[in-house]
Ligand binder design. Structure first.
Ligand code: MD3
Ligand code: FE
Length: 205
């Protein structure tokens, strides 16, 4: 019997088809105002295979010179990120039970060939708040380990409409996306996968 890391909650198929479709429409609107960009690794400038954008007062960005950070503006257009859609804020309050709002919603878009290497999320100043993740479109193979890169990892599949809440002891665990499973969802006409993560970045009020 394998158990998920303490503090990680997987809610399979939490969102129904209609709510998933509504979210995709809202994300398309976000992308029309804040176009997807290709993030690069600090120092090496190596492009990642995932494309990204954000909504909310702060957005996660990266470039060769300044590295990983949160900022108020889109890195290419210099325009402030669009607001987080009400539907996502409602889900945050319902699922976290917190009365304060998330500040960043990172939108990851995976083509069917994209993946994300094992990493920690540690660019936030507030680790007591959980991260809320929503998967849309094709399924993926998600991997999570421990707080040390060498800790053993376990993998499970995330399907469209699944929600993962990452808090407590698992908040600083290494994790990544090993692969996308093509043609496992009809939600996105051109395939691929979208992952949304809602995050508190600055200390909670
Ligand atoms: C476990 N995204 O954006 S979401 C990321 O599917 C990221 O796009 C993946 O890793 C994706 O940073 C995974 C689930 C998730 C999000 C944050 C975590 C798992 C996490 C933070 C700590 C531990
Ligand atoms: Fe992450």
């Amino acid at each position: 019997m394998l158990e998920l890391p303490e503090g990680l909650k997987h809610l399979p198929h939490y969102l129904g088809e209609d709510e998933q479709q509504a979210l995709v429409a809202e994300i398309r609107d976000v992308v029309s105002k804040a176009p997807l960009f290709t993030p690069v690794m600090p120092r090496s400038g190596q492009p990642m295979s995932v494309r990204m954008t954000n909504c909310g007062p702060l957005g996660w960005v990266t470039d060769k010179e300044k590295g990983y950070r949160y900022q108020q503006y889109h890195p290419d257009t210099g325009v402030r990120w669009p607001p987080i859609p009400r539907r996502l804020l409602d889900l945050w309050h319902q699922l976290t039970g917190l009365d304060y709002e998330p500040e960043a919603c990172l939108v990851n878009f995976y083509a069917d060939s994209a993946k994300m290497g094992l990493h920690q999320d540690r660019d936030e100043a507030e680790f007591s708040a959980p991260v809320l993740s929503i998967s849309l479109g094709n399924s993926c193979l998600f991997r999570i380990g421990g707080a040390d890169r060498k800790d053993k990892t376990q993998s499970f599949r995330l399907d469209s409409g699944d929600i993962v809440l990452i808090g407590g002891a698992s908040r600083l665990n290494f994790h990544g996306v090993d692969r996308i499973y093509p043609e496992t969802s009809t939600l996105l006409k051109n395939g691929g996968r979208i992952n949304l993560t809602l995050r508190r970045v600055t200390p909670a009020p």
